[in-house]
Design a protein. Structure first.
Length: 236
């Protein structure tokens, strides 16, 4: 019997399309989703999506973090909706009209709003005129995005419980910054284990280098998926 794929989006941050496609083939038996980011999309465009999907039914998460005037974002969202991504990211800071424009332009795709980039600290936020602690800005932007029709939000696992409290049960919470116990943090400052991220209310865990940087990405994905299944079994 094949196990249900784990709620993991593997970040295919590869230098070239062949590597991304190889990683996708290795991990798709174990995970629900693969994530195509700016680097790959800027270089290869729609071919990147076709290559990582291959012949599989894996969901594609198109992480383009759109941020422009509503008409431009609507046109961009419409252009990529043809590729049938399950998720497309926009910046919540683009405002409600921009978010709604994306939602309406891509009705079969879940628009995921990025609240505050985890690379920004409180001092950086002050410098760009967003007063108050980052956690307040995250909650404010989460509520704004959901009010404008976003069906998903990207936030740090450390913020997931507060965001869940703000937006209720129906919004998909997507969390990067996930590190299995013992894995290196690399440049992620605020990390949580996969089990802790799900416990905090995350629905989809973005994991890149702990899987793609492993000697065998398929085995690494399978191991994390199995650990998550064990933690569900323990919790029930
Ligand atoms: O390799 P790693 O697990 O750190 O990859 C995380 C992925 O999530 C990267 O593709 C990164 O761009 C993305 N991401 C992030 N933090 C955010 C939003 C997206 O790390 N706030």
């Amino acid at each position: 019997m094949t196990a249900v794929p784990a709620p993991i989006a593997v970040a295919l941050d590869a230098p070239d399309i062949e590597t991304a496609a190889r990683w996708a083939t290795l991990v798709t038996p174990h995970v629900s989703t693969v994530k195509v980011g700016l680097e790959l999309y800027m270089r290869y465009g729609p071919d990147a999506v076709a290559s990582v999907r291959g012949a599989s039914r894996v969901q594609v998460f198109l992480d383009l973090k759109l941020h422009d005037i509503p008409a431009t974002v609507a046109a961009a969202a419409r252009a990529v909706a043809r590729l049938r991504p399950a998720y497309l990211t926009v910046h919540a800071a683009g405002g409600p009209a921009m978010i709604r424009a994306a939602v309406e332009a891509a009705p079969s795709t879940r628009i995921a709003a990025v609240t505050v980039l985890t690379s920004l600290g409180d001092a950086d936020l002050g410098a760009i005129g967003l007063a108050g602690p980052a956690s307040d800005a995250v909650r404010r932007l989460a509520a704004l995005a959901v009010g404008a029709g976003a069906q998903a939000l990207v936030c740090s696992p450390r913020e997931a419980a507060a965001v869940r409290g703000e937006v209720g049960p129906d919004i998909t919470l997507i969390t990067p910054g996930v590190r299995p116990t013992g894995a290196a943090n690399q440049d992620q400052a605020r990390v949580a284990t996969p089990e802790a991220a799900l416990e905090a209310g995350a629905d989809l865990l973005v994991i890149g280098r702990p899987i793609t940087g492993a000697p065998d990405p398929g085995a690494a994905a399978a191991a994390i998926a199995a650990a998550l299944r064990r933690s569900y079994a323990d919790a029930s």
